[in-house]
Design a protein around this ligand. Sequence first.
Ligand code: 26Q
Length: 797
Amino acid sequence: MDKLKKNKFVDNYIENLQRITLKSFEDTSDRDRYKALSDTIMELINEEWRECKRKTRNQRKAYYFSAEFLIGRSLGNNLINLGIYDEVKELLDEIGIDFESIENYEDDAALGNGGLGRLAACFMDSAASQNLNMYGYGVRYREGIFKQSIKNGFQVEQGDSWLKDGDAWSIRVDSDSKIVKFRDQQVKAVPFDMPVLGYQNGVVNTLRLWQSEPFQEFDFQKFNNYEYDQAVSEKNRAEDITRVLYPNDMQRAGKLLRLKQQYFFCSASIQDMVDKYKKYYPEDLKFEDFAKYHIIQLNDTHPIMAIPELIRVLVDENGIFFEDALSIARKVFAFTNHTVLQEALEKWSKDIVQEVSPRCMEIIEKINDKLVKEFKAKGLSEESIDPYRIVRYDQVHMANLAIYVGFSVNGVAEIHTKILKGETFNHWYKCYPEKFNNKTNGITPRRWLVYANRDLSDFISRKLGNEDWKYNLDLLKGLEKYKEDDETLNELWDIKQKKKRDLAKYILDTEGIKIDPESIFDIQVKRIHEYKRQHLNILHVIYLYHKLKANPDMDFYPTTFIFGGKAAPGYFRAKGIIKLINEVARVVNNDSDVNKKMKVVFIQNYRVSYGEKLFPAADISEQISTAGKEASGTGNMKFMLNGALTLGTLDGANIEIYDRAGEENNFRFGATVDELNQIASTYNPVEYYRKDPDISDVVDSLVSGEFNDNDSYMFLDIYNELVNPQGGSRGDQYYLLKDFASYKKAHERINEAYRDKLDWSRKMLINIANAGFFSSDRTILNYADDIWKIDKEDGLK
Ligand code: 26Q
């Protein structure tokens, strides 16, 4: 910013502050100051945003349809992308305002569960930064993912009313409202547009989130007839649709309201696209050309109602024949899968789909009939068609619909795509090998490094001599030339130490637990799920505790084990794992025999803005899912980019991390997918329990009372799942006991390696230097080149 603009910025800011508060400057609160600052920024970008919208309105675009966008905070990130973070901080300082406390005032926009939602947000950032025409469509939940606190060791959920004092970063566009029709209800979909700023390139893309409102603001007829209750309840029923985000990741929630949410935003978005197509695109427009201008990327199966909805709008509202509409759809839709867990693949009962949109159900049946005919014509028997059927046993298989109609199906890491092709969707792969492709996930380096870790970011720019790496993360490779330079390695160590001290202070303030910044920070943060195996981690902590307790002078480098993550409210066992971690933490942290050498912390309410403090401070990144179960993981990439070493299985993108940064610079352990497949039918966890005294010791501690906090059945469920299988299951579905010994050894290697400070720093450096591939800039360009065929300029290739 030049001087003139600076003055104007400050003037505008003060003006906004006064306009919204009527208070004298000294009396304004952090909240006032935050709101005025975000308003000032929105005004600053307004012109460029409108210009970008105008310029691209008749260009080819990719539309990212996602039920979740896990954005986090916007203030700092927007300032970074505008390139005025330091200046604004300074300007505020000059007028006596502490930037950090304003920044901390902002609530996370937590409109997602975890990885899939955060990926969508990283993609938005990267598309804008790469000057790609990408438009996001989603839901404006009035409540995001619940807020978690821990009471007496248990997870307690609270609502997340992030909109309670307005939303600084979006603009309501009433004129683009749509009507969405369900079988028994009609509502108004009102769009709220959020600007998505590219990194210092003047691009402003749009994320459009739909909010559900009553079709008629208030039924005055009813009101006048004293049917006040009914009028109010209809308003509520409309608002219910986008009231809250469903907090179950990886588990189906076969709830009518969830499907209504999905259909709601798909219908509004499709209508929006078709309306604009008619309005802005060529005069002689033909619907056959629709696919020339629109690609829809479906973020998992959640937005799949967009497929029948597009066909419905073309056929019923624009006079296109069904066959023609279907062939248009076949050129428009591309599908990304994010899981191979059977329980997570969406199936909806026909009744529910019918109740949401009878016409869409009819269209789905027609597509299914066509599929059956086509496969029969190919010579397939009734029976062998079964796994392909979109409608089967009165259930709609969403993935089958997406794969049959879509022209592209992608997984999110090499191994994941391999499993999709070879197992999960092997039958489909055999029919349409050309549809399948891989797009390994990525993360935006702006939020996860430039913003979250300023010290490391400055260090990198200093070492590389410029900031080009922020646009092209592959340039980090240049850091490798310092791998024998002790001074550089020491600097890197010191930066990590500083971040660890910052985190230690934050944890003391928020969790009330004192941790040693000199200890190894070993961190596992992600949603709580059995396949992610937080319980493997805590069982190992118990093992260490027992060992250290028996031998307090044991040669052991002090370690702090940090956990964080939310459990789906209905996922009983995941909640048990949280309770277990907290009980172990209580016992260990209060035991003066060991608590100088080890501490255990469960941080409350892990979310994007907490992650920004955790990733920079980590020494060890725990990525310990059962091989074959974690599609990709993206936390692993955030840790790597911030110089943590991976302690992980051969799963998801971990494999690609080792490929690039070297196994010798990380700590790989555990069985491979092939090994697990081989033993799948013979595996007996009880054998491991009997043969390995370390295992029986920790497993027994689940039911011995040691951590039970006066209810001796507290951890019986976890114990049973491991070694006392119920109801025909073989037990230990996720192979904890199989991998335990290998995990233990990997920890021993870590504890040894950390003592060599220079060598550890070298490993950090090599990890950072090879993290370039995991930029979501690379991922999004891969989508643009291979799937969307979209170019940087006008979108047309
Ligand atoms: C479905 C139906 C009803 C209610 C909820 C859901 C639902 C919601 C969220 C199902 C799944 C999710 C989230 C899935 C998810 O986050 N998957 C993760 O995606 C990441 C990005 O690709 C991967 O890195 C992770 O490996 C994968 O687990």
